[in-house]
Design a binder for this molecule. Structure first.
Ligand code: FAD
Length: 443
């Protein structure tokens, strides 16, 4: 029987190893800790939670991450099952007692007759055999270099500079309008690819004041190297001068506001389409280190975004991740080296739960392939399917940034029909997903 090698015993690698072994495929799990550490991990255990101890909302009826919990439970995921065994009281969230959780995952993997553990750093991209690389946001430098040599420097990032992402339906289009700067583009779709939110002078000044006063997070030690070459946080731009943004991402040129003909906006915030479905838009140039509470307060000051709801907020972090839409096929295989799959945060999903979910799929897909079958990805109207579809093709490769699971990634419900309340609509998404996922599992 051919073996499956997995590099990285984090959220994704642990789950992938478990799934493949449960399907009868022998697994070698390679982990560099405790020999080689990272700035965030403290132990040598598998599935260590490096920061918060929460798997976020456990509401599987009205929350996309709660739905992902449900799907992982239905697929007998090790991470979800163990998290539930070590649950701490936390209202609607799935909070986890992190050390007993990691100890239990480690013990289950070690005890599995088909899993062997190989401690030590893997420094080179493997040549032969079946591999899954699940080395996470803090992939070791040597391996990252080796991956970069294969993918090209522009396709492996070391930072994410995430601009906030807004649900398109929550933007007030009686204030905002669709137009690309100077109407650029061949087709009407391209000429109207952006949403524009206009500001007058007073609104701009108030916005700059709020940016300067907002609460910001500090960088982790060892996290900042090289970050200023990339993109500046918007509040740092504002600190450099009150006009910097108006001459940068908020410049009002090449745009005409159809709601107020003849009045030139003083500044314009642009939102760019973020997915093929057109349900999500990111605020262009608005990567930020503001705390989450401050971000919502400040961004809702933007005309047109007063009632905005956010699919994800902005951030800047140390994060090694691939340009997956460009590099990976629908089975998460490197197109240029199909014996290698990627899984977890390195594929451009974000968070413990999303990473473990992508590990679950990669483990099953790799095991199926070794057993001479092919496992199709789950349908895009499930949480796992929406995520894998996004990273392997739905997202725009040119602006690809890591993504949490959210309903904006799902094929819309009620696109044309009557407007149901948002809560009912989320329930409709999760009902549809559960049915679809159950069918996928059964087949
Ligand atoms: P990891 O869990 O990081 O696992 C990767 C594993 O690969 C590690 O065990 C590492 O030691 C090993 N490895 C790396 N390189 C090699 C190599 N060359 N050879 C062998 N082994 C190797 N997510 C949240 O949901 N909530 C949070 O609060 C949160 N906070 C975070 C804080 C920080 C500082 C960071 C960096 C990330 C945070 N994340 C958070 C994201 C979180 O780390 C990931 O979502 C999740 O752990 C990723 O799972 P993974 O399996 O992809 O990577």
């Amino acid at each position: 029987q051919e073996k499956l090698h997995i590099i990285g015993g984090g959220m994704a690698g642990s789950e992938a190893a478990w799934q493949a072994a449960q399907m009868g495929v022998p697994v070698v799990l390679h982990e560099m800790r405790p020999e080689v550490g990272t700035f965030a991990h403290r132990t040598g255990m598998f599935a260590e939670m490096v920061c918060s101890n929460s798997f976020r909302s456990d509401d599987d009826e009205r929350n996309a991450v709660g739905l992902l919990h449900w799907e992982m439970g239905a697929a007998q995921g090790l991470i979800m099952e163990t998290a539930r065994l070590h649950r701490l009281p936390a209202g609607g969230a799935l909070a986890v007692d992190r050390d007993p959780f990691a100890e239990a995952v480690t013990a289950r993997l070690r005890a599995h007759p088909l899993i062997s553990i190989a401690y030590g750093e893997v420094r080179d991209l493997p040549q032969d055999g079946h591999w899954i690389i699940a080395t996470g946001p803090l992939t070791s430098g040597a391996l990252a270099e080796s991956i970069r040599a294969e993918t090209g420097a522009e396709s492996l990032a070391f930072f994410d500079a995430i601009a906030p992402i807004v649900y398109a339906e929550s933007v007030d289009m009686s204030v905002a309008w669709m137009q690309s700067r100077y109407d650029k583009g061949e087709t009407l779709e391209e000429q109207t690819a952006y949403m524009n939110c206009p500001m007058d002078k007073a609104q701009y000044e108030a916005f700059i004041d709020a940016l300067l006063a907002a609460d910001k997070t500090e960088f982790h030690e060892g996290e900042t190297a090289g970050y200023f070459d990339g993109c500046l946080p918007i509040e740092v731009m504002a600190e450099r001068g009150r006009e910097t943004l108006r001459f940068g991402p908020m410049k009002p040129v090449g745009l005409t506001n159809p709601h107020t003909p003849g009045v030139k906006p003083y500044a314009v915030v642009q939102l760019r389409r973020d997915n093929q479905l057109g349900t999500l838009y990111n605020i262009v140039g608005f990567q930020t280190k503001m705390k989450y509470g401050a971000q919502t307060a400040v961004f809702k000051m933007i005309p047109g975004l007063h009632e905005a709801s956010f699919a994800r907020l902005g951030g800047i972090h140390r994060n090694t991740f691939l340009n997956s839409p460009r590099l990976l096929d629908a089975q998460m295989r490197l197109k240029s080296r199909p014996n290698i799959r990627f899984a977890g945060q390195v594929t451009g999903v974000e968070g413990y739960v999303e990473s473990a979910a992508m590990g679950l799929l990669a483990g099953r897909m790799a095991a199926a392939q070794i057993l001479g079958r092919e496992l199709p990805p789950p349908p895009p109207d499930t949480a796992m399917g929406a995520l894998i579809t996004h990273i392997t093709g739905g997202a725009d490769a040119k602006t690809f940034q890591p993504m949490n699971v959210n309903f904006g990634l799902f094929p819309p419900i009620d696109a044309k029909g009557g407007r149901r309340g948002r809560k009912d609509r989320y329930k409709a998404y999760t009902d549809r997903a559960k049915e679809s996922f159950t069918q996928w599992l059964a087949s």
